[in-house]
Design a protein around this ligand. Sequence first.
Ligand SMILES: N[C@@H](CCC(=O)N[C@@H](CS)C(=O)NCC(=O)O)C(=O)O
Length: 222
Amino acid sequence: MKLYGVAFSPYAQRCLMVARAKGHDLALLPPPPDGDWRSPAYRAINPLAKLPCLDDGGFILPESGPIADYLDAVLPGPSLWPADPRARARAAFAARMVDVEIGPGVSMLLGHALFGMGGEDAVARAMRRVARGLGAIAHFRDAAARWAQDDRFGHADAALMPMLAVCDRFGDPAAIRADAGLAAYRDRALGSDAGRRMAGEMAASFDAFLARPLAARGRIGQ
Ligand SMILES: N[C@@H](CCC(=O)N[C@@H](CS)C(=O)NCC(=O)O)C(=O)O
């Protein structure tokens, strides 16, 4: 089983974290043939030309949410969704907020930081989008929960934690600090073993990518 992606991608890290939570280390590979995600060779695998994309023995699956779900279903061990229907729905809601609000904001942060896109107010605009999603998660979140929505690590955490790591590096911490419960969650989650591993991998991968001149950032490698 392999995942096309790059370690700085919060979407790839979501999949890696789910696999690791189930005791499996997923191989992370740049898109073929040479790390260019827009190449015809990679488009033949994933016509969306986006990363990550899972290849499980020829079964190809794009999109981090469905990949995370699939990994949870096929890897042994207890599901990372809560058993209680309401808790599960809230976890799915938080993951959805990552997909439709926080992720697009974080993609703007990445576009700006890595490719110089978006203009001077890119970070402020991105963080408004991130704050909207975080605010909704905080509003519906059980403030006593140890993890995002539950007392154990789950899909909402795998989706959210890498986004928080990007905000730490390229965004504005005020959006996270605005809610005390979310701020405490952020510190706990990113301070956990899984959080430190993910954030360390992302930081090293960002450093390597940013060390390249802008013109050489059209492809990714490990
Ligand atoms: N909704 C997608 C988002 C994936 C995404 O935006 N990936 C970025 C890398 S972090 C990408 O492929 N960007 C290249 C592009 O959009 O051309 C998911 O959840 O997997």
